[in-house]
Design a protein around this ligand. Structure first.
Ligand SMILES: [Zn+2]
Length: 458
């Protein structure tokens, strides 16, 4: 039997309400929905009108569906700024559902090199409104080819950003640069271990890959190969590689693997900043220690660019560097995004220190997940962390993933992100004392998660 999950007329009544504007909270409220839109928001628990479905939310918290401005792995087509082969459809479906079950109803997939018609493929459309950013510029494509590019065909190589923007297929640019092309996390967990394994038959952990990388190339990847042979030999021993690699061979391997795409990727950042200013579109930039100064330079050169510095809590930063970089960029009008990565619960490779410090400093505009090798923790868990630790109040924290991203990406999400009349009825109902416990999710008034279970993913 086909379950009818559309509610042409629905009342969600009785729960507490955070509207998403950063300030408003109601102890008890009711939301009335007609044909996918919010039509009325009132205090207290209202009675259903005739023909109206009712969901009682007493004791729970209602808020807008979350908007994730920086995710990967939710589309088919070339994956990541490295233009790598597409992920398996099963993996994409799993990632999409994981986002939905954690309360996300809108998302920007920022891999950047896939074309609009590649988004769904065999999977078909998903309940989450998945938008794609584009970074199809000549230098970004060159950077992808320098590190991988196996997912790219002549269609991608011949595509031009101005045409994609011109025909209305793309309203957001980026991700300019990426962990693969700019020596970031994907180098540590993917490309460096792969290259070392190919050469020696030994596989190393991501944390060791990062230490070797920083020891040889410097933390800013500025080629400052100041590492003395002795220090490097000690590290090689610790990694169990001393019998397989000389220090010279390691230097050469890391330079080929990490630095090869960097120059093209940096040129790609400049192309995207210029395009953002020309087209008047928001643009998402990979932000990490090696590129922080470059983003500042671009923000000064292109005052009309609408720049977003992604994952400002990137693990390449020490705490004080992350805060200073974010402060400098914010002063230049750049929006500051932080990503959950795997640092809220999973703690596989990253810790929460940079995230906490940026939140405490009041510098953060939005919270996204990024990818973290597929290990990303939910945005709702990050919100719970912020609230439980009293780093921000509830309305201000919730705005980081609702009203704020809607305001930063109005061409994508101007119709949602707030609980108020005429907005799209994307609604999340969760436990009041722990936002990460998601009970119900509605997309345009249609129930897609019920009692924490997938109800209608298509
Ligand atoms: Zn990135």
């Amino acid at each position: 039997m086909q379950i009818d999950t559309r509610n042409d007329a629905l009342l969600i009544a009785g729960g507490s309400l955070v509207t998403g504007d950063g300030r408003s909270f109601f102890e008890s409220a009711s939301i009335r929905i007609r044909d996918g839109l919010i039509v009325e928001v009132t205090g207290g628990r209202q009675e259903p009108a005739e023909g109206e479905s009712l969901l009682l939310s007493d004791g729970m918290l209602m808020m807008p569906g979350l908007i994730n401005g920086h995710a990967h792995g939710t589309i088919l087509g070339p994956s990541m700024p490295s233009g790598s082969a597409p992920l398996m459809p099963e993996t994409v479906r799993w990632q999409r559902n994981r986002h939905l079950l954690s309360g996300t109803t809108s998302l920007i997939n920022v891999c950047g090199l896939a074309l609009e018609d590649e988004r769904d493929g065999v999977l078909g459309p998903h309940a989450i409104d998945i938008r794609m950013s584009s970074a199809l510029t000549p230098q970004s494509l060159r950077a992808a080819d320098a590190i991988d590019g196996r997912g790219l065909s002549s269609r991608h190589r011949l595509a031009r950003l101005e045409e994609i923007v011109g025909c209305g297929q793309c309203r957001v640019l980026g991700e300019a640069g990426g962990g693969q092309t700019l020596g970031g996390g994907a180098q540590d967990y993917h490309f460096i271990p792969d290259a070392i394994e190919a050469k020696t038959g030994q596989r190393i952990e991501a944390a060791m890959a990062r230490r070797l990388k920083e020891q040889v190339l410097g933390r800013k990847l500025d080629g400052g190969s100041s590492a003395d042979d002795e220090g490097l030999e000690t590290l090689l021993k610790e990694a169990g590689l001393e019998a397989h690699l000389t220090t010279d061979a390691l230097r050469q391997l890391l330079e080929t693997c990490v630095l090869a795409p960097v120059r093209d990727a940096l040129a790609g950042l400049a192309e995207i900043a210029a395009a953002s200013a020309t087209f008047g579109l928001p643009a998402i930039f990979h932000h990490a220690l090696p590129t922080a100064a470059k983003l500042g330079e671009l923000a000064r050169r292109h005052p009309k660019a609408r720049m977003i510095a992604a994952h400002a809590n990137h693990p390449s930063f020490r705490v004080e560097e992350a805060v200073q970089a974010a402060r400098d960029l914010k002063f230049l009008g750049v929006k500051i995004d932080v990503s959950t990565l795997d640092m809220i619960q999973t703690r596989f490779r990253n810790g929460p220190e940079n995230f906490d410090s940026l939140i405490a400093a009041g510098l953060v505009d939005t919270i996204s997940t990024d990818y973290a090798g597929g290990d990303w923790d939910p945005i709702a868990s990050a919100l719970h962390r912020i609230i439980a630790r009293k780093m921000m109040d509830l309305p201000a924290a919730v705005a980081l993933a609702t009203g704020n991203p809607a305001g930063i990406f109005p061409e994508l999400f101007g119709d949602r992100g707030l609980i108020m009349p005429q907005k799209r009825a994307d609604i999340l109902v969760c436990e009041k004392h722990n936002l990460s416990k998601v009970r119900h999710v509605f997309v345009a008034g249609r129930q897609v998660v019920k009692d924490g279970q997938l109800y209608d993913e298509g």
